[in-house]
Design a protein around this ligand. Structure first.
Ligand code: GFB
Length: 321
């Protein structure tokens, strides 16, 4: 089987960042701009509905992106995932399939696909190596999203094998940072707690409710680190083997809550709401494959939380009721 040719992005390469308004896509755009890439192709979801195959195909036909970062995805926290299973499986399957097929048909040189650490089995040995994929049952709260992402990986591996298409798959851990979703129902834990603690401090509340038992462990990566890894791997990884992207260390939800509470300046009580799900007990990535490419994260969690809180303070007016 022939191996796809190594392809390097140049500053004037046409680069499509799908989902550039989201947490990940906006981080990738900032990273590309900082590194001097000047031909970025960007479309809002209003301008281009990625679930519409004909629209996606027309876009690729007209613009001929050479490199593609597939950051567009329907994402959300534990409650959103279990409340809207159809959106999480359908939207993700449709967007990624349309983009991949058009990238193949219109000669894109390389594509980076972003998956998620929730593709691994609920009780995978920790830290989770890439080989844990498809070795056991998934966490039920997010199996719809996980199945879509696993299908994306398999689609890319099949395109590589059958069509010599140069696509690579990165599996990021839980992400956070500027541009995150702070809606209390649909967000992930980190932005949700930041907003809850902030509003409790402003309103003089003595308690904040944190979902679940506080014992699950999660690994958090700042989106600017993820974006730097994605650009690095676009330039330096050419292999059908998937690559975990994380920090290699994790915290309990209780520790995270303490850290965010201290950063925000909330000095009341934290109460755990056991009527809400815990989800996977632990989700720590083994990052040896990533490290073997020479990449390391640079933003410690405490610094990242401080910077994200600063961003939240500057942008919260429109996001807080
Ligand atoms: O961030 P989160 O929703 O995602 O929840 P997952 C992580 C943990 O934080 C769970 C707890 O144990 C939650 O119960 N938690 C505590 C909270 N308070 C809150 C809160 O106010 N809001 C939220 N959202 N959680 C998602 C998956 O799983 O992670 C997705 O559903 C995706 O598929 C994403 O993989 C990265 O880590 O549990």
């Amino acid at each position: 089987m022939p191996t796809p040719k190594t392809m390097t992005m140049h500053n004037d390469s046409a680069v499509f960042v799908a989902g550039h308004r989201g947490l990940v896509g906006s981080g990738v755009v900032r990273q590309l701009q900082q590194q001097g890439f000047s031909r970025l192709l960007l479309r809002t979801s209003k301008e281009l509905d990625l679930r519409n195959q004909a629209a996606v195909d027309n876009f690729f036909k007209a613009e001929r992106p050479e490199f593609v970062f597939l950051c567009a995805a329907k994402v959300g926290g534990i409650l959103a995932n279990s409340s809207y299973p159809a959106d999480f499986i359908y939207d993700n399957l449709a967007m990624q399939t349309n983009i991949l097929k058009s990238a193949l048909d219109h000669g894109a040189k390389k594509l980076v696909f972003l998956g998620s650490s929730c593709i691994y089995p609920k009780f995978a040995p920790q830290p989770m190596t890439e080989d844990a994929l498809l070795t056991g049952p998934l966490e039920p709260t997010n199996e719809w999203y996980a199945i879509a992402k696993i299908a994306g990986i398999k689609l890319i591996q099949a395109f590589r094998r059958q069509y010599n298409f140069n696509g690579i798959c990165l599996m990021p851990t839980n992400l956070y940072g500027p541009g995150d979703n702070f809606d209390l129902q649909s967000s992930h834990v980190l932005p949700a707690l930041m907003r809850k603690f902030h509003e409790a401090k402003i309103n003089g509340q003595s308690q904040v409710s944190v979902w679940g038992s506080g014992t699950p462990r999660r690994e958090f990566l700042h989106v600017d680190d993820l974006a730097s890894a994605a650009v690095h791997l676009m330039q330096h990884w050419d292999d059908e083997r998937i690559v975990n992207v994380g920090t290699g260390s994790d915290v309990t939800i209780r520790e995270l809550a303490d850290l965010i509470g201290a950063t925000v300046g909330f000095d009341g009580e934290i109460v755990f709401d056991s009527s809400k799900p815990d989800g996977t007990p632990r989700k720590l990535l083994d990052v040896s494959r990533l490290q073997s490419t020479g990449w390391r994260p640079s933003i410690p969690l405490a610094d990242g939380i401080r910077a994200t809180y600063q961003w939240y303070l500057e942008h919260q007016v429109s996001s807080v009721a």
